[in-house]
Each structure stands twice: as structure tokens, then as C-alpha cells.
Design a protein around this ligand. Structure first.
Ligand SMILES: C[S@@+](CC[C@H](N)C(=O)[O-])C[C@H]1O[C@@H](n2cnc3c(N)ncnc32)[C@H](O)[C@@H]1O
Length: 264
């Protein structure tokens, strides 16, 4: 592995005593939202600080490292444009800290399932556009969603042009419009340091893994956005477990709902 020494975001030392908390009333799979959020508001007053509420998590007495990471918070605030994006703060911090590791390796960054580009932009802005010295390949059909029942508000004709405009001034970001895995043909990197898979569909994710996993460099980080989510996402875990087991890997399940794999 050749040495890379990109400029990295400075560590903000965590204060010894003050612990932040953040509460975002956005979650999924809640049957009686009014009662649920009222009970949660009450419960969160009964626990010690270091509270995170959002993205289907209620935890307390955590260090809340994301809130102390000033470069991350600046990037997250600048890029999270809707309540769902805001609620997934912890997931974004996992992605950015994985990127901190991966930017020091050879190989490009890749995201499969880019939608509005918020994940990609949060990562690049974490380092600062001028400091981000890699290619970041970002794949999506953009204007339509090929996964039945997963169309997002704003995913419509013209989205691709909007995402292109969002990345004007970011020559490192290579947006590829088309259906995966076919859209990888002839327009994908040979060496990958960070792979973020976020397609919400087991067949598509496995088809992408078949092509890209072997291109990941040793130490490369794979973040599976939906691996530890149940409900309609459960098939991804079941099928991906079998795919990784055959290669003697085990996905590290994260309480954010993500899964993490470190390439050997
Ligand atoms: C959850 S969104 C991605 C969110 C994004 N990663 C972020 O961080 O904001 C999932 C995206 O995957 C895209 N997608 C799903 N299957 C795909 C496929 N086979 N080819 C290309 N895009 C696909 C959908 O169009 C959708 O935009």
C-alpha cells in the first residue's frame, strides 16, 4: 500500500464534562406517532445526558462523538436538507469517519444509490472540497427509482440535472446516470477505498457486490446502508449474509441500521 497524506479534518477534542444531546422526531414503523413521541419526550427527561433520538434510535449516556466533530457538524448542517436527512445524522457520521480512514488508502470512493447526492456531498465537504483529492463515483438512475415502492419525493424528471448543478465546482465527483449494475460497464474505477451501497434492494446490491467487492483495496471500507434494518429491508441482510459467508466475511452490524465490512 503506498502512503497517502491528504489533508484531514482536525480532531475537535471532546470536552471532559459537557455531553451534547440531540432529538429529532423522525422515525419509521411507528403505529401511534402522537402517543409514541409524547412518551419518548417524557422518557428522555428521565435519563442522563448524551441522548440521541432519531432514525429509530433512542440511546442515552453516549459520548455523542458526532456532535463534537466540528468539521462533520458543519458539513451535515450545510447538506441535510429535509427532516429524514437530518434524522440520519449518526449514519452520516459513520460514513464520514469511514471515509477518514479510506481517504488515506489508494483507490476511489464509490456510492451506489446517490439520489440527491447528500451522502456524497456530506463526505466531500467533511474534508473540504479543495482537500478532497480522490475521484468519487456516484451511481443512480436519478429521475426514477427502479425499486418498486421506493420512489422518493423529488425523484422525478430533471433530478439528474439538479444533482449535476449541486456538484458544479466538485470536479472530483463523477455522476453516472443509469441502471446498476450495467451502468458500471466502462465507467467505474479499478481500485476502490470506500464503497457505500444504498440501493434498498437485495438483488441490485448483490449484483453490484459481484462486480465491485474484488476491486476494493485491503483496508477498504464497505458501508451497507440498510443491512441492519428489518421490515422491507430484511431480505438484504439475509441474502448479503450468505454472500459474505461464502467469502469468509462477517458484516459488522451497527445500531444505526448500517452494516460495515473491512476488506482484507
Ligand atoms: C436511499 S436512496 C440513496 C440515498 C443516498 N445514498 C443518500 O445518502 O442520500 C436509494 C437510491 O438508489 C437508487 N437505485 C436503486 N436501485 C438502483 C439501480 N439498480 N440502479 C441505479 N440506481 C438505483 C434509487 O433510484 C435511489 O435514488
Amino acid at each position: 500500500m503506498s502512503e497517502r497524506t491528504p489533508t484531514l479534518p482536525a480532531l475537535t477534542p471532546a470536552p471532559a464534562t459537557e455531553i451534547g444531546s440531540i432529538r429529532m422526531a423522525t422515525g419509521w414503523g411507528i403505529r401511534d406517532p402522537q402517543r409514541f413521541w409524547a412518551l419518548l419526550a417524557e422518557a428522555s427527561k428521565l435519563v442522563d445526558p448524551g441522548v440521541f433520538i432519531g432514525d429509530n434510535m433512542f440511546v442515552w449516556m453516549r459520548n455523542m462523538s458526532a456532535l463534537d466533530d466540528q468539521a462533520f457538524m458543519a458539513s451535515w448542517k450545510a447538506n441535510a436538507t429535509n427532516p429524514s436527512d437530518q434524522a440520519i445524522l449518526w449514519r452520516r457520521h459513520v460514513l464520514c469517519t469511514a471515509a477518514y480512514h479510506a481517504i488515506q488508502l489508494d483507490g476511489a470512493f464509490v456510492e451506489c444509490g446517490t439520489l440527491f447526492g447528500t451522502g456524497v456531498k456530506t463526505v466531500v465537504d467533511y474534508f473540504g472540497q479543495a482537500n478532497f483529492d480522490k475521484e468519487f463515483w456516484a451511481y443512480d438512475t436519478f429521475d426514477t427509482n427502479p425499486v418498486a415502492g421506493h420512489q422518493f419525493d423529488g425523484q422525478e424528471q430533471g433530478l439528474f440535472e439538479k444533482v449535476q448543478a449541486r456538484f458544479s465546482g466538485y470536479p472530483q465527483v463523477r455522476l453516472v446516470k443509469g441502471l446498476l449494475p450495467e451502468s458500471l460497464n466502462g465507467q467505474s474505477p479499478e481500485r476502490i477505498a470506500l464503497l457505500h451501497l444504498d440501493l434498498n434492494d437485495a438483488d441490485f446490491e448483490l449484483a453490484v457486490l459481484d462486480v465491485l467487492f474484488d476491486r476494493m483495496v485491503p483496508g477498504g471500507m464497505l458501508v451497507l446502508d440498510d443491512y441492519e434494518w428489518s421490515g422491507v429491508y430484511r431480505q438484504q441482510k439475509i441474502r448479503e449474509d450468505a454472500w459474505f459467508e461464502a467469502r469468509r466475511y462477517r458484516v459488522i452490524p451497527l445500531p444505526t441500521g448500517q452494516g460495515l465490512v473491512i476488506k482484507r
